[in-house]
Design a protein around this ligand. Sequence first.
Ligand SMILES: C[S@@+](CC[C@H](N)C(=O)[O-])C[C@H]1O[C@@H](n2cnc3c(N)ncnc32)[C@H](O)[C@@H]1O
Length: 246
Amino acid sequence: MKSHSLYLLLSAAILFNACAQSPQTQSNSPQTTDSLYTFGNPTSADGTGKFYLGRDIAQVMGHLGAGWLERSEREEEERTDLLIEALELESDDVVADIGAGSGYFTFRMSSLVPQGKVLAVDIQPEMLRMIEEKEQKQQVQNIETILSTVENPMLPKDSVDWVLLVDAYHEFSHPYEMMSQVAKSLSPTGKVALVEYREEDPSVPIKPRHKMTEAQAVKEMEAVGLELVENKKVLPQQHLIIFQKK
Ligand SMILES: C[S@@+](CC[C@H](N)C(=O)[O-])C[C@H]1O[C@@H](n2cnc3c(N)ncnc32)[C@H](O)[C@@H]1O
C-alpha cells in the first residue's frame, strides 16, 4: 500500500477513535468566555461545530490513536528531527509539551535539556500514563506530567522557555482560555512553537479540520497577545510558527 493511502487510512482510524474516546470538552468554569465562540453544524466529519474566529474546532484524538503518533515512519514523513533542531533548545530550558499525547516529542526533547525539564501536559490521563510508564522504564529524570483542564494547562507562571504545540492546538475546545494561560507561563524570553499541518497545501493528506492556515494561526495567537516571530519553513507538511509575547 502506498504511504499516502496508509496515511489516510490511519487518519480515518484515529478520527474513529476520537469519536469513540473523546474526553469531556465542556467547561464548568464560572469565568467561561462562551461569547468568544459560536455554534453551528460541523464543516466536516472531523469538526465539532464549535467555531473560534471563523475556525471549526476539531475533534480530540483519542488515546487509542497513540500508536499512530509513535509510528516508525513518522520521523521521515514529518521530519520531526528538523522540528526539534529548529527550536535550538538550551540544556537548562524548561519546555512545556502541551497536548503531549504519548510523549513522542517529550522524550526526544528531555535528553536535550538535561539541566532543565519537560512538562508533558495533556487532558487524557491515559496518554500521561503512557509517558509515566516509559519514563520509569527508561529512567528519565526530567519529565513531569501535568493533567490539564480544557481551559488551563496548569503551568507555572513566568518560567517556561519553550511551549511546543504539535498537532494539538486545533483540538483545543477553549483555545482562547488555554493560550491566555500559556502566555502567562512564558519567561520574559519564552516562545511558543505552533506546529500544524498546512491547510494551504491540498497535497497534505490530513483531514481538513486537523489543518490550519498561517493567517488563521496568527489571528488566533494575536487574540491572546502573542506576536509572530517567524514561520520556519523547514518541515515537509507542517507550519512551524514561532510566537512571543508582545
Ligand atoms: C494529535 S495528538 C498530538 C500528540 C503529540 N503532540 C504528538 O504530536 O505526538 C493531540 C493531543 O492533544 C491533546 N489535547 C487536546 N486538547 C487539549 C487541551 N485543551 N489541553 C491539553 N491537551 C489537549 C489530546 O488529548 C491529544 O493527546
